[in-house]
Design a binder for this molecule. Sequence first.
Ligand code: ARG
Length: 463
Amino acid sequence: MDKMWSGRFSAGASNLLDQFNASIMYDRKLYREDIEGSLAHAAMLAKQGILTHEELKQIKEGLSQVQKEIESGEFEWKISDEDLHMGIEKRLTQLIGDTGKKLHTARSRNDQVAVDFRRYVLRKNLEIAEAIKLLMEAILEVANKHTETLIPGMTHLQHAQPINFGFHLGAYLSMFKRDVERFEISFARNNISPLGCAALAGTPHNVDREYTAELLGFDSVSVNCLDTVSDRDFALEILFNISTMMMHISRLSEELVMWSSYEFGFIELSDEYSTGSSIMPQKKNPDVPELLRGKTGRVYGALVGLLTVMKGLPLAYNKDTQEDKEGVFDAVETAEISLEILKEAIKTMQVKPQNMEKACAIGHLSATDLADYLVEKCGIPFREAHFITGRAVAKGEELGVDLSKMEFKDLKEIDDRIQEDVMEYLGLRHSMNARTSQGGTSSERTKEQLEYFKDYLNTDKES
Ligand code: ARG
């Protein structure tokens, strides 16, 4: 009967219940947040005259001792203590005696866990945003080297128009920038203090919520206590942010897997970040991007899992909510290692521009350019130009040559209005560089885009 809440019980909890009910084996990860929260709460209680300054001093010393014990591995995490909040408070009371029992005045585990978990999530939003920026820098470095490197731009995974590799990577920079913003916005939106909400309805004690909010680095104090103790939107948000980021990572990973195949041969992953096969000696497998693609699944699982836990919960705190942590911890760790390893894989991969350019000579990538030529230079309506170009492509197929390599006389045969200057339009580099509209693939426009990302990453460093 050593439970903190054992007053109204006459029999002790069964072992089975302890096993089932406890979160201490995983929520102990929040020990720093928990101790900081308690320090802020105690400081506020003392300021308000609810604790004496001597009591505050004892609590501070006691908590610092607890922290030392946790960090040295001495602390005994016991399943019978249920969660870290009670484990820490119990140890504090052992260390400093009855004063330890006063710490929980005007507080409940409901607002305590909301503070701890929210602060962990807030911190992770910012840390992940920083890690994404490092990945962006690695991508930017490769992109800068390849603004002239032709690669087939695809739609439906079919060759469509020639673009450059820097432009292709620029698309991922755009995605990752949105991810950074998403994490930062979540931080800003959720940086609100739950402390002082107590169990669900606030407290009759004369607490100063603004004060604890400030001590803990929150921007403001939550408006409605009933909502605050049951709100897990911040956790759902980081799961959504991570899911979207992993979706982007998995798209890039899919391309890395394809590009490193013999069929593409656009890149080669470094030996350091590739694996061999246990049976086929010749193999070099892209396990890193494959696992990144695969790990996206477990992160989605965590998001859908928590959405499902929260669905239909009546107000306010319900124990169901304890299921919020493991999925978030796992998703956060997955995000962190994924960002790190993808960055390294990109930094160390070898790009093969020749193979990329060779691939552009298949699939009549400059067909749209011929149609544009017919419109621009010959005054032919686009639909008709589209049809004539289709015939030119068919002729190329018949002759076994790509449109970009076709001879003038063969084109002239298809439509007499075609003049010699058409040849320039059919060149692949010309085609890529012709796309000069804002955000387009021409080397100049690509450089402009990459400059934009460079500025974005630098401004951030300066501020
Ligand atoms: N371990 C609990 C959780 O993670 C802490 C809050 C418990 N509150 C309660 N009234 N049982 O949600």
